[in-house]
Design a protein around this ligand. Structure first.
Ligand SMILES: C[S@@+](CC[C@H](N)C(=O)[O-])C[C@H]1O[C@@H](n2cnc3c(N)ncnc32)[C@H](O)[C@@H]1O
Length: 226
């Protein structure tokens, strides 16, 4: 209630505009920021990685030097065309529109999804991930969810404060105005952190799911090698 009143006041509106302009001048990618987390948590098996919802293909290109073969999958033909260009000079990345249900059981060592899970039927996607991962294979998800609980709101507050600070570190000088890259197909997340957490615990028992800065959460799970 207090927050809503503040947001609707002149001070709140001016403050929000100032913060938005500050963030635009020192913009950073909330998705690419997590590439180093992904690289720090790769599985031991390195035959095949699948980056679902690869967008422009930046992560697939990075993974290419760690895996025998990387599949970069996206439902959007424009994104696939850009990903083809991004990975043109690496010979172990293939671009496809294939969906999770099309992969064989126990066939993929790493599945990554950065800002993608909320585009899919989450429960169905998690069940296919569990199925297609090799034993000891790993899934690393960077996700989005609307804030619903007090804990969600507190993490959003932390992100609001850290957003410009990280922007200053990444881009100490304001960005020149350039043409933005072609936009991603985006979708607003609907399910909350706790709702996704329930599905994750059901499909991927023991998975680690954590709130993160940048208005994101992460999910990490290694398929048991029974
Ligand atoms: C917000 S973008 C994120 C792109 C990329 N992962 C990144 O971090 O830059 C979401 C991507 O998911 C893709 N996508 C949405 N639904 C999909 C589906 N069913 N299968 C594959 N990709 C999908 C969109 O086309 C889009 O490129």
């Amino acid at each position: 209630m207090v927050l809503r009143r503040l947001g609707e006041s002149r001070l709140g509106r001016d403050g929000a505009r100032w913060l938005r302009e500050l963030n635009e001048r020192h913009a950073w990618s909330h998705n690419d920021y997590f590439h180093s987390w992904i690289l720090a948590n790769l599985p031991d098996g390195r035959a095949k990685a699948l980056d679902m919802g690869c967008g422009r293909g930046a992560l697939a290109r990075i993974l290419a030097s760690h895996f025998d073969h990387v599949v970069a999958a996206d439902a959007d033909a424009d994104m696939r065309r850009i990903a083809e260009i991004t990975s043109a000079d690496v010979n172990n990345v293939s671009i496809t529109g294939r969906q999770l249900d099309s992969w064989a059981d126990d066939s993929i060592d790493l599945v990554t999804m950065v800002a993608v899970l909320h585009h899919l039927d989450i429960d169905d996607a998690l069940s296919h991930i569990e199925r297609i991962l090799t034993p000891s294979g790993r899934v690393l998800v960077v996700g989005l969810a609307p804030p619903r609980s007090v804990r969600d709101l507190m993490w959003d507050a932390v992100s609001i404060v850290t957003n410009p600070l990280i922007g200053f570190v990444h881009r100490p000088w304001p960005s020149p105005v350039t043409a933005p890259p072609p936009p991603f197909p985006v979708k607003d997340p609907v399910l909350s952190f706790d709702e996704i957490g329930g599905m994750v615990e059901n499909r991927l028992p023991g998975a680690k799911m954590r709130h993160r800065i940048g208005f994101r959460h992460t999910i990490e799970w290694t398929k048991p090698d029974v």
